[in-house]
Each structure stands twice: as C-alpha cells, then as structure tokens.
Design a binder for this molecule. Structure first.
Ligand code: NAP
Ligand code: MG
Length: 487
C-alpha cells in the first residue's frame, strides 16, 4: 500500500487496482493535527497519473468488465465493500483519527457511516428503473438510466471516509468509473478503502484515488479533457473554479459548498432535545462540517432562559486528542486554526460578548491544533460572524421578535444548506420549513450531515445538485430515451 523512500513512508495513488507513486517523485507531508507533527507522506499525482486514472476508467467502461456488469452484480460488489469496511473498522477509525484529529468515537461513527453508504447503494443498484412514455401511434418509447461515464469526485478533508462513501457508493452503483481526488490534509482512510475495493473484486479501472494538492492534482483532474462529470465538496472559491472547468467542456457538476445554517429556537421548544442537538451540531468534528448549525436565532422574549441553557452546555465542552475522546478534537491544519482565531479576534474587536467558552484538556501535546469552543451573542445579523462560514466550533446567537423576523433572518444569508426549527407549534414549524430557503429542514431535531437515505444539498451559494438517498443516483446518471417506430 505504501513504499519507503529517502523521504520516509509514502502513500501511493490507487490506479488500475494498484498502488503507485507519482512519476515526478513529488510528495506532500501529512501532519497529525493532535500534535502538529509530520507523520507520513503522500505521493502527489501529476498529469501522468491523472491521465492514467482517467484512461483506466474509460477502458473499464468501454472495453472492460465494469461497463458490461449487470446492475445486481455491481450491487453485490458494493455490499462486499461495505462488509470489508466493517471488518476493518477498527483500523480505519484509527487511521481517520490520526489523519483528522477526530475523537475516537466520532471517527468510529464515520467509518460506520461509510460502510452504511455502500450498504444502502448496494441494495439500490438494481432498482433504478426507466419508464415507458405514451407517444404517437405506431411508436414505442422507453427511457433508461445511464452512467455519466468517468466521474471526477473532488472531496474535502473534514470527513474523508464519509465523503468517500457519499460520493463513490452512488457513483459506482449507477455504473460510473470513478476517479477520486481526496484532500491533501486527510486521505489515508480513502486510500485504504480503495485497497479494500480491489480486494473484494472491483475490476481494475472502476475506481481510482489520486492524492495530491488541489491546485495541482485537483486542477488537473477537474480540467481533464476526458471526464464526463464532476462532483465537488469544499469551499465556494474552489467550487466556482470547478464549475468554470465543467462549463468549458459543457459537462455537468454537483457543488456542495457549505453554509451558515440556522437554528430557529422558540420559547416553547423542548430544551432537553434542542440544547444537546444545537451544541453537538457545531462542535462535532470541531465545527468543520458543511452542514454545521452555526447560527442560533432565539426568540427574544425567552432569550435569557434559552441562551442560558446553551451557554451552560457550552461551558462544559472539552477539546482533546483522539484518544482522550472528548467532545471535540483539534482542527485540521494551522491555516484552519488561524482562520477560526481571526473570527474570534474580530468578534472581540467588534465588542460582541463571549457568552461561554469550553476548555482544552491540560495535557494535550504542545503543537496540537486545538481551539476552545466559543458561544458569542447577541450578534448583529450584519456582522461577519453571523454571515461567514467559520468552519470551527464557534456559535453565534441572534435574537428575533416573531415568526416573520425569524424567517427573514434565516433566509438573510448567501448560503442555504440546512436549517433546524425548534417549537412545539406544529403549524408554525411547517410554515417555516416550507418557506426557509435550504436543502434540508429539521423540525425538533438536527443531525448535521446525518441520514444516508435523505437527499442532501444546497441552494444559493451552498451549491447545487443533490447527494445521498436515491437522489444521488439520479444526479450521477443521465437519461437516454429510445424511440422505436413499430408501425
Ligand atoms: P478546498 O480548497 O475547497 O478543498 C476541497 C477539495 O478541493 C480538496 O480536495 C482540495 O484539495 C481541492 N482543491 C483545492 N483547490 C483546487 C483546485 N484549484 N482545483 C481542484 N480542486 C481543488 O477547501 P479547503 O481549503 O480545504 O478549506 C477552506 C474552507 O472551505 C474551509 O474553511 C471551509 O469554509 C470550506 N470547506 C467546506 C467543506 C464542505 O464540506 N462544504 C469542506 C471543506 C472545506 P487540497 O485540500 O488537497 O488542496
Ligand atoms: Mg485547500
């Protein structure tokens, strides 16, 4: 799976069911966020490897076994991969923790979710039907679902294993050849799962994984002349470049670009449900979650009681290493920590009150990239803290007067990914759910990123296209219409 050279242990790329190191010999160091130290290297794929991976995918579709494989057999392979992930869950979770700094329990839950993605799409692979369409006399018309072809999946570092499942499982289920560009910061579990895919019998070329930096490997892959579709998860800035790359070749793309997802908390909400979900929705994965609930809109008449309950829970939060398995781990890299600190410094300069702050365990390594979770409020809705995605464990509280103002504030964002509505008034909850501009609305619950079965994705600057559920299989395939004159 890896080779050893003068620069140490190098994790190779996965192309044609083999691990290979890049012809250039270029490598990227990988740090352990819990202590800030380099613990391994990955190969950096260049044009030669991107070409080879795309060509292997094309050959697998056009000449190989993969393009001819019946849907139920693709499903069986996905099921075997799900079982292999489960069988190797302890090793995969340890790898995920090391690579991302996640607490052990969170990494373990991520591996369970990755296996569940392959399980869900294993069962769905042979259940995507076309339709027949009434047309002119003497004609028979049928549609069938076809894979796009060779699909590039550019995925981020926040949930490498889950992102692998979320992207790769539906894409393989519909019969695409898949080329994954994982993030340089965290890709080891992805490479390991690709190895498992080969072990369980996926034919060569069905799946490739190309490690390397985004500006190098990612740009080469998304601009490649022979890919048929791009699925991207990450920052709005890179998402824009991906869409331009897709537009240049008139191919489709899915963009999942994060958000500034609001909770709307009314005085009649059940706080025993709301408080843990709101707190977990921003500290899980140290807040580095596209669908984190990062704004809490709170009914002004009950402000002190509601915010007091959140602040109390926030003050108890503790950050530590994966082994300590506390509420949150470190953030992914020094740049991300600076980003979070910049937002907090700005909040202090803007005179926003710090309502509660969690702590960092005393015995964490010196170089660890830890940040204490913070709760700020009340925050002016025009303030940068209320508008920009921090991507860290920072929650801001914004008061509202009534339902109309809550709706206005919820929609007053350039993003639209998730929202949570907390109230015991069912009519009010449904009115809001139907008028909030976002891809998923939770009522009296919130699971950032949860629910493999549930279509997921954004509106506005959160992106477009849907992942998860059966919707992902529609997004990752296209329709062919066959019209036959039979007289
Ligand atoms: P990013 O640069 O957008 O990274 C996402 C993926 O795109 C990674 O695989 C990255 O590779 C790749 N990439 C970067 N530049 C590329 C290019 N020019 N062409 C093709 N692919 C490219 O995100 P980030 O820098 O890691 O994080 C920055 C911010 O993005 C975060 O603070 C957060 O706000 C947001 N973000 C959102 C999500 C989400 O789930 N929606 C996930 C991650 C980050 P490398 O990482 O190897 O460079
Ligand atoms: Mg980056």
């Amino acid at each position: 799976m890896a080779t050893t050279t003068a620069s140490g242990f190098i994790h190779g790329a996965f192309i044609g069911n083999r691990m290979v190191t890049a012809a250039s010999g270029d490598t990227v160091p990988v740090i352990d966020p819990a202590n800030g130290e380099v613990f391994t290297h990955i190969t950096e794929c260049g044009a030669a490897e991107v070409d080879a991976a795309v060509a292997a995918g094309r050959a697998a579709l056009d000449e190989g076994e993969w393009g001819r494989m019946p849907a139920f057999e693709r499903g069986r392979l996905l099921a075997r991969l799900s079982q292999a992930i489960t069988a190797n869950a302890v090793e995969l979770a340890a790898l995920e923790s090391r690579d991302t700094g996640k607490p052990a329990r969170q990494a373990s839950a991520d591996i369970t979710a990755a296996a569940r993605y392959f399980e869900f799409y294993a069962g769905a692979a042979d259940k995507m039907h076309g339709e027949t369409i009434p047309y002119l006399n003497g004609f028979f018309v049928a549609t069938e679902r076809e894979p796009h072809g060779v699909v590039a999946h550019v995925i981020p570092w926040n949930y490498p294993a889950q992102m692998f499942g979320r992207n790769v499982a539906p894409s393989l289920a519909v019969g695409n050849a898949v080329v994954v560009k994982p993030a340089e910061d965290a890709c080891l579990s992805v490479l390991r799962m690709a190895g498992l895919a080969a072990e369980v019998g996926f034919p060569a070329g069905a799946l490739a994984v190309l490690p390397g930096r985004g500006a190098v490997t990612g740009a080469l892959l998304s601009g490649h002349h022979d890919i048929d579709y791009i699925a991207f998860t990450g920052s709005p800035a890179v998402g824009e470049m991906i869409q331009v790359a897709a537009a240049r070749r008139a191919i489709g793309c899915t963009l999942e670009l994060g958000g500034k997802s609001p909770h709307i908390l009314f005085g009649d909400a059940d706080l025993s449900l709301a408080v843990p979900a709101i707190v977990n929705g921003i500290v899980n994965n140290a807040g580095q979650t596209c669908s984190a609930g990062s704004r809490v809109l709170v009914e002004r008449a009950h402000f002190d009681r509601l915010v007091g309950a959140i602040a109390e829970a926030f003050g108890r939060l503790r950050a530590g290493t994966p082994e300590m398995d506390l509420d949150l781990g470190p953030v992914i890299n020094p740049g991300q920590r600076q980003r979070v600190e910049r937002f907090c410094d700005q909040a202090e300069r803007d005179g926003i009150a710090l309502l509660a702050q969690g702590s960092i365990a005393g015995n964490v390594p010196d170089g660890g990239l830890f940040v204490a979770p913070r709760l700020y409020g009340p925050v002016d809705p025009a303030n940068v803290l209320a508008r920009d995605e921090v991507f860290g464990p920072v929650l801001c509280v914004i008061p509202f007067e009534d339902e109309a103002e809550a709706l206005h504030l919820a929609n007053d964002s350039e993003f639209g990914l998730l929202a949570g509505v907390w109230t015991n008034d069912g009519g009010r909850a449904l009115r809001l759910a139907r008028r909030i501009k976002a891809g998923q609305i939770y009522i009296n619950g919130f699971a950032a990123g949860g629910g493999i079965e549930l279509p997921f994705g954004g509106v506005k600057r959160s992106g477009h296209g849907r992942e998860k559920g059966l919707a992902a299989m529609h997004e990752l395939s296209t329709i062919k219409t066959i019209i036959q004159r039979h007289g």
